[in-house]
Design a protein around this ligand. Structure first.
Ligand SMILES: Cc1ncc(COP(=O)(O)O)c(C=O)c1O
Length: 443
């Protein structure tokens, strides 16, 4: 039973809207409350153990409590958690970013990925003198007004409540993988400062980009003198030590990073071309600097504890071994889960790239679906909009079988063991049986 989680949820519902502190943590009938975590597993307040495939919303490539990270953080906490001053660790942390990310000429730390993309947009406007951004439908870049448009289904109601229409009007929405539409927008509108993209497709490849799309984007943006921003908040240090840009060998003008950057603690940064990033620098008289400096503050920018966690993590992933292990775990899991699907004879597919594992119900025939998804021709709306009842029942069932993941998507870590993967496969097998019994999927 989940008595303590339920009791906490009832108490939380009297404090927090929906009882949660992040929309994605809301799940029916109620969320589990975690009490501790280690390596590839976590435990809830009722003492139940889970293989964790959520991995800190993607912030944990090395799993929970990686020993070097814990040691670095513990040491730093005892030396001070906020100096209100510049410090040595921020310099070292910044050096790691410039060492690993190919286009990192300058770095500015923020407290989150949301702040990093906000900075990217404002800098792009400052640099170009233009107002608008082209973004892809379904791509998520944080929850600030400037980009929180056209993210969630139904995509034909793209402006969320509270976002001003005037602000939303500065976002040119484009379906993913449609380079002709990108070109048409760039041709007809000379007020576009930048294009922003999740480089492996919406939500770390839930709706992947077709091969060649990023190259096409780079070519078009250069032709139109429009900045290209890679939002590598998830892909940074996950696709390769140098992020997706290194993996695909494409040079964006600006890159937002967070999650793995800060080793599981809060933190983000924007990095990229020096001539753009230097618009954050004072030039001339500091108090009365009217040259186009973009103001930027933030109490927790480059926090020393996050810096310690980030440095320990980036050092560990530098040689690519952990990324390769996480990717291998992802590949093994995807193959084995598709084997379970074939055994059950149901119309599902498990897909993904790198360390991503995504479940798609009602997919159509497996081979054709996998090809269409990877080629970017599968309807992105279907990929991004699962049936909420099926999604929540699936997640609850996986939890009952000792696996936690984010709805129908999961991420593998380098430290997941064969035993962890076996447990996920067994949980999925039982879950398909349960969903059939409940009449949620056909037999
Ligand atoms: C691609 C991408 N960009 C930006 C963000 C926002 O980052 P944060 O949650 O740190 O504000 C996220 C968060 O999941 C993300 O996946």
């Amino acid at each position: 039973m989940l008595n303590r989680s339920l009791a906490l949820y009832e108490k939380a519902s009297r404090i927090f809207p929906n009882g949660v502190t992040h929309d994605s943590r809301f799940t029916a009938p109620f969320p589990i409350y975690a009490s501790r975590a280690e390596a590839g597993r976590k435990w809830d307040v009722d003492g139940r153990e889970y293989v964790d495939l959520w991995m800190g919303h993607g912030a944990l490539l090395l799993g929970h409590c990686y020993p070097e990270m814990v040691a670095a953080v513990s040491e730093q906490v005892a030396r001070g958690t906020h100096y209100g001053a510049c410090h040595e660790l921020e310099v070292e942390w910044g050096e790691w970013v410039t060492k690993l990310i190919p286009t990192a000429e300058r770095v500015r730390f923020t407290s989150s990925g949301t702040e990093a993309t906000l900075m990217a947009l404002r800098l792009a406007r400052t640099f170009s003198g233009k107002r608008k951004v082209l973004k892809f439908i379904g791509h998520f870049h944080g929850w600030h007004d400037n980009l929180n448009v056209g993210v969630l289904p139904p995509f034909d109601e793209p402006v969320p409540p509270g976002v001003l229409r005037e602000v939303a009007d500065t976002v040119c929405l484009c379906p993913p993988n449609q380079i002709d539409q990108v070109e048409a927008i760039l041709d007809r509108d000379d007020d576009i400062a930048c294009v922003i993209v999740e480089p492996t497709g919406a939500t770390f490849g839930v709706a992947p980009l077709r091969p060649g799309f990023l190259e096409d984007l780079r070519r078009l943006t250069l032709q139109h003198d429009v900045l290209l921003i890679f939002d590598e908040v998830v892909t940074g240090f996950r696709c390769s030590p140098g992020g997706a840009q290194s993996y695909y060998n494409i040079k964006p003008d600006l890159t937002s990073l967070a999650k793995i950057l800060a080793g599981g603690l809060p933190g983000g940064c924007l990095t990229g071309r020096r001539d753009i990033m230097d618009l954050l620098a004072f030039r001339g008289d500091r108090e009365w600097d009217t040259c186009r400096k973009m103001p930027h503050q933030g109490t927790f920018n480059a926090n020393p504890v996050s810096a310690a966690a980030g440095i320990a993590t980036l050092k560990t992933i530098e040689d690519g071994t952990h990324i390769a292990r996480a990717n291998r775990n992802g590949e093994i899991l995807r193959n084995r889960l598709n084997g379970v699907i074939s055994d059950h004879g149901v119309d599902w597919v498990v897909y993904g790239d790198f360390s991503g594992v995504k479940f798609l119900p009602d997919s159509g025939p497996m081979d054709q679906s996998l090809e269409a998804i990877a080629g970017g021709t599968y309807d992105y709306r279907r990929l991004k909009a699962p049936d909420p009842v099926l999604r929540d029942t699936f997640r609850a069932s996986m939890q009952l079988e000792g696996v936690d993941l984010h709805g129908l998507t999961g991420l593998t870590a380098s430290v997941h063991t064969n035993e962890d993967l076996d447990q996920v496969v067994r949980a999925f097998d039982c879950t398909l049986d349960r969903l059939k019994r409940q009449g949620l999927i056909g037999t």
